[in-house]
Design a protein around this ligand. Structure first.
Ligand SMILES: *[C@@H]1O[C@H](CO)[C@@H](O)[C@H](O)[C@H]1NC(C)=O
Ligand SMILES: *[C@@H]1O[C@H](CO)[C@@H](O)[C@H](O)[C@H]1NC(C)=O
Ligand SMILES: *[C@@H]1O[C@H](CO)[C@@H](O)[C@H](O)[C@H]1NC(C)=O
Ligand SMILES: *[C@@H]1O[C@H](CO)[C@@H](O)[C@H](O)[C@H]1NC(C)=O
Ligand SMILES: *[C@@H]1O[C@H](CO)[C@@H](O)[C@H](O)[C@H]1NC(C)=O
Ligand SMILES: *[C@@H]1O[C@H](CO)[C@@H](O)[C@H](O)[C@H]1NC(C)=O
Ligand SMILES: *[C@@H]1O[C@H](CO)[C@@H](O)[C@H](O)[C@H]1NC(C)=O
Ligand SMILES: *[C@@H]1O[C@H](CO)[C@@H](O)[C@H](O)[C@H]1NC(C)=O
Ligand SMILES: *[C@@H]1O[C@H](CO)[C@@H](O)[C@H](O)[C@H]1NC(C)=O
Ligand SMILES: *[C@@H]1O[C@H](CO)[C@@H](O)[C@H](O)[C@H]1NC(C)=O
Ligand SMILES: *[C@@H]1O[C@H](CO)[C@@H](O)[C@H](O)[C@H]1NC(C)=O
Ligand SMILES: *[C@@H]1O[C@H](CO)[C@@H](O)[C@H](O)[C@H]1NC(C)=O
Length: 551
């Protein structure tokens, strides 16, 4: 197979993400400071729960995984109770394949019996990148000096586990030998059963969430949970994916890119000669007519045709995406396809480089590749940790974007439908500043999907999405409030956008992601709601049994 440099070595990752505050930004910041100051809490963020909490999950079975909350390298505060380490993917006593996890119990005093899984994509990228730059209890954003406590951490709302999977990723152990997403789900199920047993979570509700290439992982794993027919271990309650690849990549990424670039050309600044050439190609490749015919709400009835794979032709003429990417990089050499408003310099990332062209200063270390970090987290010391591994995690096969068998292909081919219909609780999000997997491309993929008796969305999502106003706890982790995007809900599927988010949506718009999780967990009705965050009003109306913690 030819190289899929931009498209498929990079479906996820945050290396050039969140920029530091430059002098320029500081001037702007000063102007809005009065408002921000009003919202700043008088005390820095410090979980009240952390002080009085005992270690609720600490048992004979779990103690080997217990992480010292005050002993995380470079982290100058107590991260609270957590557990990390490796668990095998089967019951076989000589199983060599193990997945790595970091589990953070909810910091609420009362949490329903539920647990949320977070997965980054790739394929081959580590979910610890999401942990460190998106939704973890502490974040260390690109370009910032030190980790900070994250008031928008998802374990502020529920029990959270970040898993490095499949075998071959991050700290995981063993040789990858799966061949497709169904086998990936089976592998994950083996791990998950061991996790549930270790932490005594039998029958708890499970939510699967993730990003990017996890547009494959999450629906396939959720469907694997459904197929297992065993709610003692696989009690699926809902899923959420943002900036996901869920459809044919030519349709989801190539057809949509010209309209995307035209919309955002004030940030890309491509010249009109080049744009005119690309418009001609759009016609030549039949993308114009495809767009005009199929990007409709409601969609034209029946399955959308598959277009030729542009990588199958020698000239790559119809690889509009990489043609645009190359031209944009000439104008803005630090352009970030995950977050298109960035310019030079590249902010330094603790996670290391992902794409050719990413920059790392000489002597820089990768946080999770440090011996002291590996020791603190019960990883195998000496593991060569990479944000996205360079080995094929589908050891005996190809990643599914190239699958010839539709039953293991993109999730809009039936898998996602089963998950939506089983849970009626599926949420798909999109950061509008993400060029890799853009909002309209994802919507085009959704329009080719049938669920709960109809095909596609009947109307373009256009209801304003509201994120509550809230106090801020520290200047290193702020979240926007008010109208933040658009949303809609049809037949068990919620779709939403975050206008100022890039690909790593929870990192860029933590307030939107936090509200999304409240909706997924059934604590807030929908994105119209103007009620404050449930963790701030003391208003808690969860469904299901309340897990009362001791102490
Ligand atoms: C946790 O780490 C801190 C800092 O290194 C250390 O002082 C403390 O003794 C450790 N606690 C345990 C229980 O190991
Ligand atoms: C992968 O390896 C394991 C253990 O060696 C074996 O049991 C399993 O059948 C293999 N799976 C595939 C798909 O080859
Ligand atoms: C699921 O399990 C239940 C009981 O464990 C059984 O009655 C039922 O037939 C199973 N369904 C399927 C589809 O396997
Ligand atoms: C996405 O599609 C909507 C509806 O056609 C359109 O209004 C909007 O401009 C498109 N956005 C981009 C970035 O192409
Ligand atoms: C565009 O569609 C026409 C008519 O169906 C077909 O002949 C032509 O080969 C297509 N062009 C490309 C680049 O696939
Ligand atoms: C217009 O953009 C193209 C693609 O980046 C570039 O090759 C060409 O030199 C540009 N033309 C001018 C006049 O800058
Ligand atoms: C991780 O550390 C090892 C040495 O322990 C080094 O050889 C390797 O290049 C490092 N990997 C990355 C991605 O920095
Ligand atoms: C649209 O969906 C049908 C049915 O699932 C599938 O066969 C077809 O490949 C899809 N088309 C595209 C462009 O993904
Ligand atoms: C899901 O919602 C649809 C209506 O959109 C309804 O017909 C169906 O019964 C619901 N399914 C479940 C499992 O609740
Ligand atoms: C959300 O609010 C909009 C008005 O902004 C309204 O049109 C729509 O019906 C509301 N949706 C729901 C589900 O309440
Ligand atoms: C997280 O939880 C703490 C403690 O309950 C609370 O003070 C804080 O406001 C919560 N964060 C958010 C975004 O609600
Ligand atoms: C608490 O919930 C009730 C019922 O949903 C609502 O009326 C009230 O406004 C909420 N209070 C706050 C502070 O959000």
């Amino acid at each position: 197979m030819k190289h899929f440099l931009t498209l498929f070595s990079s479906l996820l990752c945050a290396s050039t993400a969140l920029a530091a505050s430059s002098l320029h930004k500081r001037n702007v910041f000063n102007k809005v400071k009065p408002t921000i100051e009003k919202r700043m809490a008088s005390q820095p963020f410090q979980h009240p729960e952390l002080q009085k909490r005992a270690d609720h999950f600490l048992t004979e079975k779990t103690k080997a995984f217990s992480v010292n909350g005050t002993g995380i390298p470079e982290v100058p505060f107590d991260v609270g109770e957590s557990y990390a380490g490796l668990l095998p993917i089967s019951d076989s006593p000589d199983e060599t394949r193990k997945l790595f996890f970091w589990f953070f119990p909810s910091t609420l005093s009362q949490t329903p019996e539920e647990v949320v899984i977070w997965l980054n994509g790739g394929p081959g990228c580590s979910s610890l990148s999401g942990f460190l730059t998106e939704n973890g209890p502490f974040t260390w954003m690109s370009g910032t000096m030190a980790p900070v406590q994250n008031p928008y951490s998802w374990n502020n709302l529920t029990n959270m586990i970040w898993v490095e999977q499949p075998v071959g990723v991050g700290y995981s152990q063993g040789s990858p030998n799966i061949t497709d997403e169904v086998e990936l789900a089976t592998e994950f199920r083996g791990f998950w059963k061991n996790f549930i047993t270790t932490f005594d979570m039998q029958n708890w509700g499970v939510y699967v969430t993730g990003e990017s290439y996890a547009g494959y992982y999450v629906p396939y794993i959720a469907d694997g949970f459904i197929q297992a027919n065993d709610t003692e271990y696989f009690n699926l309650k809902g899923i959420s994916i943002n900036d996901p690849i869920i459809g044919d990549d030519t349709v989801q990424q190539q057809v949509v890119i010209l309209p995307y670039v035209e919309y955002w050309n004030n940030l890309m600044y491509l010249n009109s000669t080049f744009l005119d050439q690309m418009r001609e190609r759009q016609e030549f490749c039949n993308y114009t007519s495809y767009w005009d015919t199929y990007f409709k709400f409601p969609p034209p009835e029946g399955p959308f045709p598959v277009l030729p794979d542009p990588f199958d032709s020698d000239e790559y003429t119809c690889d509009m995406f990489d043609n645009f990417y190359g031209a944009i990089l000439e104008v803005n050499p630090c352009f970030n396809i995950y977050h298109i408003s960035e310019t030079c310099p590249h902010p330094f990332s603790q996670l290391g480089i992902v794409n050719t062209g990413d920059y790392q200063p000489p002597g820089a270390q990768v946080y999770f590749n440090r011996t002291d970090v590996q020791e603190a987290l019960h990883a195998v010391v000496g593991t060569n940790w990479m944000q996205c591994t360079d080995i094929n995690v589908f050891g005996n096969g190809n990643d599914s974007s190239h699958a010839s068998d539709a039953s293991v292909g993109p999730a809009n081919n039936g898998v996602l439908q089963r998950v939506i219909e089983y849970t009626n609780n599926t949420i798909i999000g999109s950061g509008d500043l993400d060029m890799l997997l853009s909002t309209n491309g994802t919507l085009l993929a959704i329009q080719n999907m049938t669920w709960n008796g109809m095909q596609g969305l009947q109307a373009y999502p256009s209801t304003p999405l509201y994120a509550p106003y809230h106090p801020e706890y520290n200047g290193g982790a702020l979240a926007g409030a008010g109208i933040q995007g658009k949303w809609s809900h049809e037949r068990g599927l919620t779709f939403y956008t975050a206008q100022l988010a890039g690909h790593e949506l929870p990192g860029y718009t933590p307030g939107v992601a936090y509200r999304m999780l409240e909706i997924l967990l059934g604590r807030v009705k929908d994105f119209n709601s103007t009620q404050s965050f449930t963790t701030q009003s003391g208003n808690f109306t969860g469904n299901g049994p309340i897990y009362r913690r001791a102490g």
